[in-house]
Design a protein around this ligand. Structure first.
Ligand code: TRP
Length: 328
């Protein structure tokens, strides 16, 4: 079975965009591949080093939601990056062969620095972000990495570094491939992409009444000021969510109702709320069960860490040996 690996950075709570854009895909893949999924807490430190308390909270939230959304510890391996120091050792060793220019020209480097202007990101760790990600991936000799389009440059540098290692020493690493998750952008309450940094997200940890409130007050086509005004569904972020959560019939019904003003925005949102709740209900139930039994979560992470370590130990033997650090 081919191996799949992916991670999520521990810098915020999991929201609906992460659920439908990534996590549900991870759940599908676990039936088909030997999957390794983890929380990247070291990566969160690259930009969030000044707020370690937020990292712990996010790590807990992510692990809980991985399980609540359907990752099954009998089918995949779930772990936390920082529990596996071998990732850091490989990161160090790879740093010996990584030209600075390769890191400096990764487009996310300058973009993120620009985006987070208020933070001081002229650090060694932040420049090395894609190198740490490379270590995360190739230490499992993973074949596929399910990610969104924004991560493609990181996969590109991972492939280059794997190739360089294999060329300088010996064939240890397969070149990982991105498994692109095609997904319509999930809009947040204000119509922009759902993101914790825009304060427009619906979180898996939000209680039902909060989710209902967020959806009820969500932006619609601004042309529909009054109930009798007709609207264009394609201009309404509510309709974009319908495309994800509602049936074809419902989609046609709300589109027609919007264009003719036969239904109001609240009618349209009620259908959406019902469908979002349908997806959320099993997640809420599972979250509750796990919150009441933290030992179960603890145990799953412990077992996942052990399984992951078995692989990383093997890989590191090969790497150390190849780089002149083996036993003599
Ligand atoms: N950079 C990824 C993100 O922001 C998180 C991540 C870290 C990752 N290491 C990884 C993803 C390895 C895939 C594989 O979402």
């Amino acid at each position: 079975m081919d191996r799949v690996l992916s991670g999520m950075q521990a810098s915020g709570k999991l929201h609906l965009g992460n659920l439908v854009g990534a996590l549900q895909n991870w759940v599908r893949l676990q039936a088909q591949y030997d999957c390794f999924y983890f929380v990247a807490d070291w990566h969160a430190l690259t930009t969030g080093y000044a707020h370690p308390e937020a990292i712990k909270e996010s790590t807990q939230d992510l692990i809980l939601n991985f399980l609540a959304a359907g990752l099954d510890p009998d089918k995949c391996t779930i772990f936390i990056q920082s529990r596996i120091p071998e990732h850091a050792e490989l990161h160090l060793l790879l740093s010996m062969i990584t030209p600075l220019g390769w890191l400096e020209r990764v487009p996310t480097y300058k973009e993120k620095m620009q985006e987070l202007k208020e933070r001081d990101l002229s650090t060694y760790g932040f420049l090395g972000y894609p190198l740490l990600q490379t270590a995360d991936i190739i230490i499992y000799r993973a074949r596929y990495v399910p990610v969104g389009i924004d991560q493609v440059p990181h996969l590109e540098i991972s492939r280059e570094i794997a190739r360089r290692f294999n060329y300088l020493y010996r064939e240890v690493f397969p070149e990982p491939e991105a498994l692109l998750t095609e997904f319509p952008k999930v809009p947040g309450a204000d119509g922009r992409k759902m993101s914790k940094s825009y304060d427009n997200a619906i979180y898996l940890s939000d209680p039902p009444e909060v989710i209902e409130q967020k959806l009820r007050t969500m932006m619609t086509d601004p042309a529909r000021k009054r109930r009798a005004d007709v609207g264009e569904p394609e201009l309404s972020p509510v309709y974009q969510l319908h495309k994800i959560f509602s049936s074809k019939e419902e989609l046609e019904y709300v589109a027609h109702g919007c264009r003719t003003a036969e239904i109001g925005c609240i009618d349209c949102k009620k259908i959406l709320i019902k469908n979002v709740f349908k997806v959320m209900e099993p997640i809420w139930a599972k979250r509750k069960e796990l919150l009441n039994n933290p030992d179960i979560v603890y145990d799953i992470v412990k077992k996942g860490t052990e399984k992951a370590k078995k692989v990383t130990r093997e890989t590191m033997e090969l790497v150390r040996d190849a780089m002149g650090l083996g036993k003599f």
